[in-house]
Design a protein around this ligand. Structure first.
Ligand SMILES: C[S@@+](CC[C@H](N)C(=O)[O-])C[C@H]1O[C@@H](n2cnc3c(N)ncnc32)[C@H](O)[C@@H]1O
Length: 240
């Protein structure tokens, strides 16, 4: 199934079919860089030593496990995603890493988060912000809802694919997405629609300065970004 208008139920069905080869394909398609980028996001999330940290669109839980492994003793990580099959993988991963007791898993849609205003001291999202915002009719609602559950002064950290400033690198990135990620991802996972969506959304996604503008436009006080590998991915740190 191809999801172009990235609405909730279509994406939810799509991600329900993805988990089994998801982590393996992430490592292959980022040439082993994705965990390093998540580690940078985890470090940025934990900078102010938060007591309650939210991992949004947690998926198979890589960021949540890093957060739980490095947060202060007594801190709680909440891993939220609207796909129960993805969270099932995350739970098993947290058990294997010995951090399951520090993570609360919640099936939740970012469009209507089941959390109180200002409940979290920090939030992070790894490779889910594109799903929430690209061609998504709920784009502003998603960002406003994330802002709502953050305390004043809390950090919101986004690590996501980006658009390289160099035209040559953009062309190479787009060719990689079209010629490798979409067909091989589909072949190996058996989920052609999901990997065509990944390739299409990554090629159509916003530049890093446009993501910054979106965050500022929805009320975050400040935002800065850092580009990885010439801009194929970016880390954004916004302050509520
Ligand atoms: C590309 S995966 C990223 C997973 C994980 N964070 C990672 O680093 O690999 C995107 C995740 O976002 C979730 N997702 C997409 N839209 C969502 C929404 N509106 N509410 C909650 N989860 C959502 C999907 O179920 C999926 O697990």
């Amino acid at each position: 199934m191809d999801t172009d208008r990235a609405e909730g139920s279509g994406l939810q069905r799509m991600f329900a079919g993805v988990p089994s080869r998801y982590d393996f394909l992430n490592r292959v398609f980022t040439l082993g860089s994705d965990q390093r980028w998540r580690r940078r996001a985890a470090t940025a999330c934990l900078f102010d030593r938060p007591r309650r940290v939210l991992d949004l669109c947690s998926g198979t839980g890589d960021l949540a496990v890093m957060l739980a492994g490095s947060a202060d003793p007594g801190a709680v990580v909440v891993a939220a995603d609207f796909s129960e099959p993805m969270l099932a993988v995350a739970r098993a991963k947290a058990h294997a890493a010995g951090v399951a007791g520090r993570i609360e898993f919640r099936v939740a849609d970012v469009a209507a988060l089941p959390f109180a205003d200002g409940e979290f001291d920090a939030a992070g999202i790894a490779f889910g912000f594109r799903n929430l915002t690209w061609k998504n009719p709920n784009r502003e609602r998603h960002v406003a809802e994330i802002r709502r559950v953050l305390a004043h002064g809390a950090r919101f950290v986004v690590v996501e694919t980006s658009r390289p400033p160099s035209a040559a690198l953009r062309t190479a990135f787009d060719a990689w997405m079209a010629a490798a990620v979409a067909p091989l991802g589909g072949l190996i996972s058996g989920q052609g629609g999901a990997y065509r969506y990944l390739a299409r959304s990554a090629r159509g996604f916003y530049r890093a300065d446009e993501v910054d503008a979106l965050l500022l436009g929805t009320g975050f006080r400040s935002v800065r970004h850092h580009l990885f590998l010439g801009g194929v991915a970016a880390l954004h740190v916004a302050v509520r």
